[in-house]
Design a protein around this ligand. Structure first.
Ligand code: MG
Length: 246
């Protein structure tokens, strides 16, 4: 028995001294594999990372389709700028996505009409369900959890970072997809982080479910889905939309 205790004590001391010997070496806590792959483009003038999927550039609306008809997107396109063709309905990407980093630039209609939710309303929906509001919120009061940058009816933006109506706005958004188990039960919520014109307005917000106009968030299981942009009847314009899968 005594021998056993002595052996265990000796082993413990050896392990502890081995451990403490290791952590005196700076190399012991260096991680070399895997090596993050190189992404280029981030310092170029258009700031499109080399691994991004371009959804709206100079190529027209080829990445988009009509939500209503599943056919061609019928929005207007001119020299890299896409504009809502009111009444033709929402458009969505042909590709399906889960978690993404998204960059988009948008501009409210240049003829200022309407007020509140009626002025420059659109929206970017992740997985066709979770809306970050697009609205001309420059000197245009509406309910706070429905203004530009709101996670619609769930979280107001931390601040109003709107540029004036005649200027372009940028959204840089990190969306983490929700996870559902085999029974269709949500086991991890979606999360959204949003920068508006470079200003943090949503900081890793837990998305409570679908962003409903009326009623409460829903949490039915779903697969990857399109990114969708809303036709709310106002001619909002867009340019330079790209995503990186996460
Ligand atoms: Mg909207």
């Amino acid at each position: 028995m005594k021998n056993h205790i002595a052996l265990i004590t000796l082993l413990t001391v050896s392990i502890l001294s081995a451990c403490s010997a290791q952590i005196t070496q700076p190399e012991a806590s260096e991680v070399w594999e895997p090596e993050p792959r190189v992404v280029e483009g981030v310092s170029s003038t258009n700031h499109v990372p080399s691994d991004a999927i371009i959804l709206l550039g100079k190529q027209g609306l080829s990445e988009w389709k009509s939500r209503k008809t599943d056919g061609e997107a019928e929005w207007n396109f001119d020299n890299g700028v896409m504009t809502v063709n009111a009444g033709t309905g929402d458009i969505k990407t042909k590709k399906q996505f889960g978690s993404v980093q998204l960059h988009m630039e948008w501009r409210a209609p240049q003829i200022v009409e309407g007020e509140g939710q009626g002025r420059g309303n659109s929206g970017i929906f992740f997985m066709e369900r979770y809306e970050v509001q697009i609205l001309d919120s420059y000197q245009n009061r509406t309910y706070s959890n429905g203004q530009a940058g709101a996670i619609y009816k769930q979280y107001m933006p931390l601040v109003n970072a709107m540029n004036p109506t005649n200027e372009w706005q940028t959204y840089d958004i990190i969306f983490e997809a929700p996870v559902f188990n085999d029974d269709g039960v949500k086991v991890r919520s979606a999360y959204l982080t949003v920068l508006h014109n470079g200003v943090l307005i949503q900081n890793h917000r837990e998305v409570l479910g679908t962003t409903e106009y009326i009623g409460f968030p829903q949490n039915k299981a779903h697969d990857e889905a399109s990114l969708m942009i809303q036709d709310h009847g106002n001619p909002v314009s867009f340019r330079n939309i790209w995503v990186r899968k996460l």
